[in-house]
Design a binder for this molecule. Sequence first.
Ligand SMILES: [Zn+2]
Length: 600
Amino acid sequence: MSSLIPEEKISEIKHAADIVDIISEAVLLKRAGQNFIGLCPFHSEKTPSFTVSPDKQMFHCFGCGEGGNVFSFLMKHQGLSFPEAVRAVAGRYGIDLPVYTDRRQRKAASERQRLLNVNRQAFQFYRRSLADGHRGEAVRAYLEKRGILAPAVEKFGIGYAPPGWDNLLRYLTARGVSPNLAQTAGLVVPRRQGGGYYDRFRNRVMIPIFNLAGEVIAFGGRVLDDAEPKYLNSPETPLFNKRRTLFNLQRARTRCRQSGEVIIVEGYFDLIALDQAGVENVVATLGTALTPDHVRVLKGHAQRMVLVYDGDAAGRKAAERSHEIFGRQNVDARVALLPEGHDPDSFVARHGAEAFRKLVAEAPGMFSFLLEAAAARHGDGIAARLRVVAELVPVLAQIDDRVARSLYVRELADRLEVPERDILDRIRGAVRSGAARAGFAEPGPPAGSTTADEDPAQDASEGRFRIERQIVAMMVQHPAAIAEVERRQAVDRFEHDDLKRAAAFLLQNAALLQDDPGAAVERMPDDRLRRMLTSMIVGPETWDDRACRILLEQFEAACQRRRDDLQKRIEAAESSGDQELLLKLLKERQSRAEMKSVPF
Ligand SMILES: [Zn+2]
């Protein structure tokens, strides 16, 4: 990989780092034998298939196939470039990297760095505008009146965008920032007529939005008067994706891990109010409802997620829709609905932090909440109860966990006094039609079982595939066996192209594989095969020389059976006089004899 950082530095950093340590910041990992497992941050899943190997310093997800080393994890998870990932790890382990200051390299610094720099300057500008002058003083007084006290202003880095069209623009240009770059950062907007730009945020209280590394990536602005819109956030930029970003996560995550719980509110002022009251495991969405991506991000920090909604009609409606976000993601989702007329800010102001904590602690699970909400909406009577069932069946059909589902079915049956059987029948119907819609087949028989009409040739081919795959896995997991694989020329006789290419690659990289299997696998140029090899590296198998020999002998026996079988079919074709078949079989024998290892 090309970067400005010398290869030996990269290797030093990689050896100093602990992948478990670094991935733990984003994913809850638990030990499973030699490895650690957790719920994958790259796809939705309910049973953990995301595996981290401390021995190999690699990760792999058996669900979606993502995998790699500590740098690839950071690149994929935080959207970093390779040099940025290397720097992030180096910084964490106190390894000095030279600062590149010559002009050519400065020019090469990524757009991302330049955008972060612009945001940092804007942050300083807004901070200074709040600290200085009598206008700043008036805004501080306003904040205080709204209950946001000086310590919170400091803690959250709150600032102020003064009125006027180009205060920030002039400040940035004076510091060498091009208007174009400021526009990419979302801070200025091009004028509709006559060219030029103007400030996006004017006469607003400014709340900086940080990423997990503590860098400013965007801003939220709230008006001081009755102007519209009341809240204005930065637009999407290369740094800021509002569907993934959660306000305050960089601060709240330690508390979330400690308590296993994260509280989700809808606005940053609500969050700041809660924080001031001492409730610190809170995050807020930014100008969007909670998304499945948010849930995936949060899953790395807490299993129990409590969504807090205002007690008005809109809040009630949003709460009822929220179950869709969780879909099949296996989290303990709960809903806390505030009393009518309250938002979190006004609720803690009136009732205090303890009352809020109690409300959160007693928040019903998503299903119970939906059940009560539907029951309240439809009222009583048989027709009403059937409507409630009809409304909840699709929700139940989405739940994969059978135990959880049967508990909910019982809850629903008890609450509405409807037989469980009737509900189960409807769920089955919904699952079937849902599966048909999504294009899923009904699950087939488990692998390894045989059915009467199975094609024997197909079966043999599958068996052959399994054994070839096992040999490749063995070469990765126990590189000492490679010499024996080579001596027996096993790879030349592989029938499956992908496995043959992978095995040939391993033969060629045998030396590095002995030293550093992770590094060797990273060199595989084909993405798909690299993923396969990574999955094998973190696989559970353990080998000794005897097991290796047995596997290779099984393989040779299978090759022999295949030859014998072909020979028999050739003889049968000869004696029956089927010339066409005979020619086909002879060709097959010829092509097998010609099989050579694929050069890499
Ligand atoms: Zn995955």
